[in-house]
Design a protein around this ligand. Structure first.
Ligand code: NAP
Length: 341
């Protein structure tokens, strides 16, 4: 593309106030900003899909964590896939599809080392934000490496109809789990877990105490719990876990918008007698599994053995709606924002 055709400005989302509890639309602003000039070693990318993820809620708080907080009145960032529009870097050409970390905006200018080429012929671009991307690797590594899943294990996963949870349950089934149980927040999601993803049992955590519902869904107990929610779900899992059970503590979305203190499991001392292992995880620690993950999960997708769903929201102006919707459970599978195909 000739230089004069390059965009000179684009829209980007800024955080303008820090949420206290559940975020609201007024805390965000969509602003027009100049597109920086391309320097050697850099790429200009037109974003096609933006990711909205639960961890972004944590980055809106001004607290020290494993990722730095978002700064006010500056563009938010996060996973995105798009097409190179102009390249000043060897190995990248206009039209290349790339995955990178400068989401929440229409155009991204970044060092080529911070972009990863993806094969747009292998899968729809948006899949690299979901099942073939960070959430997919989280599911794969969390179940197989962190929770040391083995054939015959009975598995419970919370947040089971979401991006990570839906993949966890299906991998467990594909790898020979004796029973797969999931929890989610609506009757429609619960039906989908059983009918489409092949879970053995599922329940709506809003229908009654999780401990009682899990005990019914897994009467013989569980060996592995993949925790996306925390609180009452973790407490229920500790109750149901058998001796030497394992827990991958992946997320605590039940608490991300809490203004009161977190609800800790009141039965933690059961960990001792049952010799349970509870282990936190962060997906970047599992990059060594990337190749194996991509090969295995792509194969399952190709063969139709793994089902993948997305909730697609159109237009950059609806990115905050998508993010807030995801926090409320408006998504089934991965929530993404589509700017272009
Ligand atoms: P997701 O499940 O696709 O979307 C979030 C879901 O959370 C919503 O759809 C909603 O579903 C559920 N939810 C919201 N409030 C809830 C509550 N109070 N109690 C129970 N469920 C609630 O998101 P995801 O990207 O797959 O992430 C799932 C979890 O994994 C999150 O906790 C996230 O932080 C974590 N994660 C961790 C890592 C890591 O490296 N440790 C990496 C990726 C993701 P319902 O309708 O079912 O309520």
């Amino acid at each position: 593309m000739a230089d004069q055709a390059l965009p000179t400005s684009g829209r980007e989302w800024h955080l303008v106030a820090r949420p206290d509890g559940r975020p609201t639309p007024e805390q965000f602003a969509l602003r027009e900003a100049p597109v920086p000039q391309l320097r050697p070693g850099r790429l200009l990318v037109r974003n096609a899909y933006l990711s909205v993820d639960p961890y972004m809620r944590g980055r809106m708080n001004d607290v020290k964590s494993y990722t730095p907080p978002f700064r006010l009145d500056e563009p938010l960032d996060g996973g995105a896939v798009g097409r190179v529009v102009a390249s000043e870097a060897a190995g990248f050409a206009p039209g290349d599809a790339v995955l990178h970390g400068l989401g929440w905006r229409e155009y991204a200018v970044l060092d080529a080392e911070r972009a990863v080429k993806v094969d747009a012929d292998a899968a729809p671009l948006s899949y690299f934000l979901g099942v073939l991307g960070m959430p997919g690797l989280t599911a794969y590594a969390g179940l197989l490496e962190v929770a040391s899943f083995k054939e015959g294990d009975a598995v419970f996963v919370s947040g089971a109809a979401g991006a990570v949870g839906s993949v966890v349950g299906q991998i467990a089934r594909l790898k020979g789990a004796s029973r797969v149980v999931g929890s989610a927040g609506s009757a429609a999601k619960v039906a989908r877990l059983v009918e489409r993803y092949g879970f053995d049992a599922a329940f709506n955590y809003k229908d009654g105490p999780v401990t009682e519902q899990l005990a019914k869904a897994a009467p013989d107990g569980i060996d592995v719990y993949f925790d996306n929610v925390g609180g009452d779900h973790l407490e229920a899992a500790i109750q149901s876990l058998r001796t030497h059970g394992r827990v991958a503590i992946c997320g605590a979305i039940g608490q991300y918008n809490d203004t009161e203190g977190p609800c800790a499991p009141r039965n933690l001392s059961l960990v001792i007698g049952k010799r349970l292992r509870l282990q936190g995880m962060l997906v970047p620690d599992h990059a060594a599994l990337q190749e194996q993950f991509t090969a295995e999960v792509s194969g399952w997708l190709r063969d139709g053995r793994l089902h993948y769903d997305e909730t697609v929201v159109d237009g950059i102006e609806h990115t905050v709606d998508a993010f807030l919707g995801m926090l409320r459970g408006a998504n089934t599978g991965k929530m993404v924002v589509r700017l272009a195909d």
